[in-house]
Design a protein around this ligand. Structure first.
Ligand code: MN
Length: 421
């Protein structure tokens, strides 16, 4: 029986804290070792292997070392770009690793008479045929799917896998309502396996004409919210897919990322002093040694300021008691007396999307791309570009030039700039 691993949203390099960086690498190494132990034929990564297009070289080096080990075991790695490791204006780390021969990007597309044409990549060991579409800039991605030539893909015989990095409208969880998705009909029909990425929630789905639409969710954690979910007990890992001429079995394989403890506290109706005391009591009850602690505090205080609750004191105390890392989510904590937080939500990206949506009406320009939902998406994309850190050894000038270049690209001004050059 042939077997492959389907993973996604690994987000290597997402964390600044050394402890989380170590856990992240440990988790990636463990996942790769598990693939070797299980004797898999290949690994398919549906995007966001890295958190950014040009990550820290130390992170890249560690990942490449492990990928090379896997290759030496005879296990090939296939991938597509995700929304994070896709770099609009420059070479992405994925390209570098592909050039080095350690990974194959299966999204091989070209434009032919206004249509997007995809080619298959055949796995030499199993004969499986892989193709897919990488994430692109929001909007551009939809355009790619709209123009996708599906006939050659649907007519191809053999065991076929389609990799993609997008949310599917029909499968969108209600709490991700802000997320841009594509309808399932954008994908070619009749593939044996649809290897999804981008949605940080695990699930195996079946839709008419589309058997086995699978999202593995993050392997470790991409965003703070993922830490919270893991700490709450959600298992992380990847899917092992057994197949011959059809899929025989899709099995979740857990990869231990960390031991977590989760505390949720509803401060509604309490004053700030009461709340601080009760949270502390909750935390004191936990054995936190060697654990990652996620603390979520929400609700509206009846009195006092949210800043009266000293989260840094909680952190210090937990660190002293041996906690590996403390993640605090207090985005949804407000006070009746002092309303400082205008937008509440579960995580930063939701809050950003809400804020942009609320203010987009104020944008008075002629360009349609800057208004409405497209404007919101563009603003989010631009924010992502501007949020990039300078790389080690990168001069301030080079850094600024890179930001401007990426920003100009996101805004779709590339051609104008080219003319000026
Ligand atoms: Mn992701």
């Amino acid at each position: 029986m042939n077997k492959f691993a389907h993973m996604s949203d690994i987000h290597l390099g997402a964390h600044r804290e050394p402890v989380l960086q170590q856990l992240e690498l440990k988790c990636f190494n463990l996942a790769m070792d598990t693939c070797a132990e299980l004797g898999l034929d290949f690994v398919l990564i549906s995007g966001d292997l890295f958190h950014v297009g040009i990550p820290d070289l130390g992170v890249v080096n560690a990942a490449v070392k492990k990928m090379r080990e896997l290759q030496e075991e005879g296990i090939r790695i296939y991938a597509i770009y995700g929304s994070h490791d896709y770099n609009p204006a420059s070479t992405s780390v994925i390209d570098v690793i592909e050039t080095a021969g350690l990974l194959t990007n299966v999204s091989r597309w070209r434009e032919l008479k206004g249509k997007v044409r995809l080619d298959f990549c055949r796995d030499p060991k199993t004969g499986a045929k892989l193709t897919g579409l990488s994430a692109r800039r929001i909007g551009l991605e939809s355009k790619h799917y709209e123009n996708l030539e599906k006939r050659n893909l649907e007519e191809e015989d053999g065991f076929k896998i389609f990799a993609f990095h997008s949310g599917i409208t029909e499968l969108k969880p209600p709490h991700l309502s802000e997320m841009e998705t594509i309808p399932i009909s954008y994908l070619p029909r009749g593939f044996d396996y649809y290897a999804g990425g981008h949605i940080h929630e695990r699930g195996v789905f079946r839709l008419p004409g589309y058997e086995s639409v699978v999202f593995p969710g993050p392997l470790f954690t991409g965003y703070g919210g993922d830490i919270e979910v893991t700490a709450r007990g959600e298992k992380r890992g990847f899917y092992v897919v057994s197949f011959e001429d059809r899929v025989k079995k899709v099995e979740f394989t857990q990869v231990e990322s960390f031991d977590g403890r989760y505390v949720e506290y509803d401060a509604t109706g309490k004053n700030s002093m009461q709340a601080a005391k009760e949270i502390r009591r909750e935390l004191d009850r936990l054995d936190v040694s060697g654990k990652v602690v996620a603390l979520k505090v929400r609700g509206e205080l009846s009195g006092g300021k949210t800043s009266d609750i000293s989260f840094s004191d909680f952190r210090t105390n937990l660190a002293e008691r041996g906690a590996l890392h403390v993640y605090v989510n207090r985005h949804a904590l407000t006070s009746r007396e002092y309303t400082q937080i205008k937008f509440s939500g579960e995580d930063t990206s939701t809050i950003e999307a809400k804020s942009f949506k609320e203010r987009i009406g104020d944008v008075k320009v002629a360009q349609r791309s800057l208004k409405g939902e497209r404007g919101v998406a563009l603003a989010q994309e631009l924010l992502k570009v501007l949020r990039q850190d300078a790389k080690m050894d990168e001069s301030k000038k080079a850094y600024l030039e890179r930001l401007v270049k990426d920003g100009v690209h996101v805004l779709g001004l590339k051609e104008t700039i080219d003319v000026e050059e």
